[in-house]
Design a protein around this ligand. Sequence first.
Ligand SMILES: Cc1cc2nc3c(=O)[nH]c(=O)nc-3n(C[C@H](O)[C@H](O)[C@H](O)COP(=O)(O)OP(=O)(O)OC[C@H]3O[C@@H](n4cnc5c(N)ncnc54)[C@H](O)[C@@H]3O)c2cc1C
Length: 391
Amino acid sequence: MFNTVAVTNDKPRSFFKKEHLLFQQSFREFLEKEAIPYYDQWEKDGEVPRLLWKGIGENGFLCPWLDVEFGGFGADFGYSVVLSEELERIGSGLAGISIHSDVVAPYIASFGTIDQKHRYLPKFSTGEMISAFALSEPGTGPELANIQTTAVKKDGYYRINGAKTFITNGLRADLMIVACKTDVDAVSSLDGISLLLVDKDTPGLTRGRKLEKDGGNGSETADLFFDDVAVPVGNLLGEEGKGLSYIMQNLQQERLLCAIGSLVAAKDMFRLTKGYVKERKTFNKNISQCQKTRFTIAEIATDIQLGSTFVDDLVCKHMNGENIITEVSMAKYWITEMSKRISVRCMQLHDGYGHKGDEKIIRRHRDITVPSFHTGSDATVKTLIANHNGF
Ligand SMILES: Cc1cc2nc3c(=O)[nH]c(=O)nc-3n(C[C@H](O)[C@H](O)[C@H](O)COP(=O)(O)OP(=O)(O)OC[C@H]3O[C@@H](n4cnc5c(N)ncnc54)[C@H](O)[C@@H]3O)c2cc1C
């Protein structure tokens, strides 16, 4: 059986007030009852049931940062940290919920019209609607300005043609935010991208099969195909041509959440490994007593301490509204790398037993590569860091 005991021994964090801890406690209790017993099966199924989304929403855990009129309670980002961390504690397969709550919904809250907000956000917060953000394309690569999906405006509609790939929640999303090229002749291709809201039943929209993945299996990922999909001009999110600028504005929070999730996974692998080396005996002594093991434990503990200090500092700055996109990109790159490094070392300490298919450590080992791809590849993230350093 997979070991699904939650990580314990949290250290107090400056941005957590009493209210955050209460929220954390009650969300943890909810998940212990409603998610942990079923998580192994969801990983096999390749999706989590809608019932869980609804349960999380109806109990007030989804999009808590939304204004009261849209179903939230005006919570600060500390609550989003709780949501994301508690989901990741159970497994990376729940990442789609966090993406819905703290990556997709903020686009509508920040750039949507009042009508769009009323139409979608209350249902986002109850879990009645699942959302996705569709940017990546099969052939486009990291250069976003190269997006090939087009949306041509005519007679009150945008007609969308193209394809998207790797879209989290793509199969079941009721609403998708789709990045399209609305001005193929724009002098700067950066000005030609817009974001459009596409409802699930719009004719011409088809979804590919659920993509087979090697990690984060509970979170479904799919291809989307747009064959002359007509959406009313009223489905434009924000201003035409401002899509890339909106994506850049939201990137700070997205990358920060990515670093946060990756760190939780690293901590969980460390917890599992500490438990294992204390139990496993060779030559009549626990392997935890070997000097090599102790040094490895010391090195992992140091990595995690550094990562936690870095992330917590960035969370405080993000909550203060500071522009820290470079630092957050550094955290995303460094922590996702660090987690992969830790994963290899934890697997080495488990050795053969780490490769038994039903051990949680092997699942973590598979899942740990996924955050490296989210919110841009290493190349994209490092390019931004180099640019900010004058290169
Ligand atoms: C599980 C999962 C969920 C996802 N969910 C979503 C989603 O919901 N919505 C969405 O839009 N996308 C999503 N994606 C897509 C994800 O954002 C992309 O995979 C990511 O941006 C990397 O793009 P790519 O896979 O095309 O890799 P590429 O950009 O092709 O990169 C491949 C490799 O080449 C390197 N590389 C690229 N360019 C350079 C260069 N100039 N110099 C040196 N090295 C370079 C990269 O670092 C990387 O190692 C998801 C992906 C996965 C795996």
